[in-house]
Design a protein around this ligand. Structure first.
Ligand SMILES: *Cc1c(COP(=O)(O)O)cnc(C)c1O
Length: 409
């Protein structure tokens, strides 16, 4: 019985240019973004300028994490105590966490089978709550029909903050993800599309939101050192009214990230080759549903999802255990307890979530795995063979007690 021996959490090394640039920052010692020599432009300011150009946004602010970018976006929009913020029920913990961090209340929206936000439920909840903001999480890189969603939000008076943690480099009909909302937030945490360990970006075209965000992030009165930011007069109007809630990025992380921007198209192509190999390997597996990808969507498949519709919890648990025994590390969004990076909306008790039967049904059979770029096409083909054989055998088994899988050595 074949067994996979690769590591699902091993990312690629930082490119040599990033290592060299990081060493240069360490050698000169000016790690703080506002600590510059005469005539020097900080790595952080250059990174912001380059990422804004890559995305086609007017303004970009580099910060400490994706979650910090989202909280800053909410504060910049003056969302505060007791306000309701609509967001996807299928998302990662930092998203409701960012909403709670400003004293606001997350209101979770149902998930479709294709893992995007349910627009009918969104409309219902917008009308019911009077919410003014949608924190739209493109969870696991699945994009909703963006022009239709933007039109609906305009009609409902909802401003959109896009959570692009899984869609850096993705697009809908050629328009980059992050160009649809008033603000977009990105993460540079290790498992995202550019790796600095931790970090994030906030992008916008709105000068007032950009200036507020820069001031919020802790710019002291050095905002004029930002290059992807509005001119000083925009800051002068508000600079004494905005609290400093420090969450800046430093020059070391910026140095590591700058050379990775140009690598994004190549990474997208390699991730998608892994994804398509997995998709082909799992196609027509009885009991397994692949998630369809719309033709308008340009995705960046750093992870892979499939579902086992209608399977009971015991059967899914047996399948995940059997796959693990053969070296295939899968995550299950139906697990009753939060495990590592996998959690469900009802685990976020502080948000007092209401039951969402459609999302429960979708998550009950939803399986997820990382596709690190250290995998080759052969690795992914082998993983697909293992999953396929276990879905077929566990799917047909009468006895769900998990037998030990003999290890290779
Ligand atoms: C990673 C992630 C974020 C941001 O996470 P940070 O760890 O704060 O950078 C936001 N949303 C989703 C869906 C994520 O996966």
């Amino acid at each position: 019985m074949e067994r996979f021996t690769g590591n699902f959490t091993q990312q690629e090394p930082i490119p040599d240019a990033g290592i060299e640039a990081a060493l240069a920052v360490l050698r000169h010692g000016r790690l703080h973004r506002y600590n510059t020599a005469a005539g020097e432009v900080a790595e952080t300011a250059l990174l912001e300028e380059e990422f804004a150009a890559f995305l086609g946004a007017r303004y970009c602010l580099a910060v400490a994490s994706g979650g910090y970018a989202m909280a800053t976006a909410l504060r910049a929009m003056q969302v505060g105590q007791g306000d309701k913020v609509l967001t996807n029920a299928f998302t990662l913990a930092p998203v409701p966490g960012a909403i709670a961090s400003v004293g606001a209340q997350p209101v979770f929206i149902e998930t479709t089978e294709d893992l995007t936000i349910d627009v009918a439920h969104l409309e219902e909840m917008a009308l019911q709550t009077g919410a003014k903001v949608l924190m739209l999480s493109h969870m696991r890189g699945h994009l909703a029909d963006m022009p239709a969603l933007v039109a609906l939000c305009d009609r409902l008076g909802l401003r959109i903050i896009e959570d692009c943690a899984h869609t850096m480099g993705a697009a809908w009909d050629g328009v980059p993800s992050g160009r649809f909302g008033a603000i977009a937030c990105f993460s540079n945490q290790t498992y995202k599309h550019m790796n600095a360990g931790e970090g994030g970006f906030l992008t916008t075209d709105d000068p007032d939101l950009a200036a507020r965000s820069v001031l919020l992030s802790g710019s002291y009165m050095l905002y004029a050192r930002h290059r992807a930011a509005p001119p000083p007069e925009v800051f002068e109007r508000i600079r004494l009214d905005i609290p400093n809630i420090s969450g800046r990025m430093d020059n070391l992380r910026a140095a590591i990230l700058r050379p990775q921007i140009a690598l994004l198209p190549d990474r997208r192509q390699r991730w998608n080759a892994l994804y398509q190999t997995m998709e082909a390997g799992l196609a027509h597996t009885p009991g397994l549903r692949l998630i369809p990808r719309p033709a308008q969507e340009t995705y960046v498949a750093s992870s892979f999802q499939f579902s086992l519709p209608g399977w009971g919890a015991d059967r899914v648990r047996a399948f995940v255990a059997r796959a693990a025994g053969r070296g295939v590390e899968l995550k299950w969004f139906g697990a009753p307890d939060p495990v590592a990076f996998t959690s469900r909306y009802e685990h976020w008790h502080y948000a007092a979530p209401r039951p969402l039967p459609q999302t429960d049904r979708v998550l009950a059979g939803l399986i997820d795995m990382r596709l690190p770029l250290t995998f080759g096409l052969e690795d992914v083909a082998q993983i697909a063979r293992i999953i396929r054989s276990e879905v077929i055998s566990v799917g047909q088994a009468d006895d769900l007690r998990v037998e030990a899988v003999p290890l290779a050595d």
